[in-house]
Design a protein around this ligand. Structure first.
Ligand code: SF4
Length: 246
């Protein structure tokens, strides 16, 4: 980061400033009250914003990414740029080689196109199982999920109890719009995935993500062959049992 980047940057309007300050405040609270806390850094626009806030404030919050083995080269490039820009080392989790091998042998490398069950199995092996290892022993899980992203996420909360993983789950950007994200990214010159400039607002694995057309939903490019209600990878399916403001 450059020296001048440490100074608060103009964000254009009071809404952006308020959202930024709320997210910063929540992250500081999590670091102080829920250690060990971790950011699941999926390398999307939301997560680079959270990365910037955490590193800039030098908060005691770990972060990790999952390399499913099917990511775009542009996503690997972003990982390298984040590490170099912030002087950090991303903790990367990979799927179990044996499970990937078995899936490929039994179903085929790209069998996820054939059925919802085979798609969910692939996500289970390449995303969910590594996530479980990454979250083991943590008290809080921070995500970049936003309420606007899909119908499934419309009732998303700032904080919810995740009984599946036995920890608190925080979504500091729950009320942010895509425009809010871009305001922050531009003001603070945050490194981001160049695929966003090629009409990929939401980026996952390469074979399961496509660019979207003007007017399409931001998540339309994810698992585009499936019905909208099934478009989750299994990482965020836990039911919130207790909700409260942090
Ligand atoms: S997004 Fe596609 S390639 Fe990635 S884990 Fe899920 S089904 Fe497999």
């Amino acid at each position: 980061m450059h020296r001048e980047d440490n100074i608060d940057q103009p964000l254009g309007d009071s809404r952006s400033v308020q959202l930024r300050d709320q997210a910063r405040h929540l992250l500081a609270q999590i670091a102080a009250q829920f250690a060990p806390a971790t950011l699941a850094n999926s390398l999307g626009l939301e997560d680079v914003v959270l990365t910037d806030m955490i590193v800039r404030a030098q908060l005691d919050i770990e972060m990790f990414s999952i390399d499913t083995g099917r990511l775009h080269p542009e996503t690997h490039d972003l990982m390298a740029r984040l590490e170099s820009h912030y002087g950090i080392k991303l903790k990367v989790f990979a799927p179990e080689a044996r499970a990937v091998e078995d899936y490929r042998r039994n179903h085929g490398l790209d069998a996820f196109y054939e059925s919802l069950a085979l798609r969910q199995t692939c996500c289970q092996i390449r995303k969910v199982e590594p996530l479980q290892r990454a979250l083991a022993g943590k008290r809080a899980w921070i995500t970049g999920m936003r309420a606007q992203q899909t119908a499934n996420r419309a009732r998303l909360l700032l904080r919810q109890r995740d009984e599946t993983h036995g920890l608190e789950k925080f979504n500091p950007l729950v009320d942010w719009t895509e425009q809010d994200l871009w305001s922050y990214v531009r003001a603070y010159r945050v490194p981001y995935n160049v695929l966003h400039d090629r009409h990929y607002p939401s980026i996952g694995c390469a074979p399961c993500t496509r660019a979207i057309a003007v007017g399409e939903d931001v998540r339309a490019g994810r698992w585009w062959w499936e019905a909208p209600e099934s478009k989750e990878c299994g990482l965020h399916l836990a039911t919130p049992l207790r909700t409260e403001a942090a």
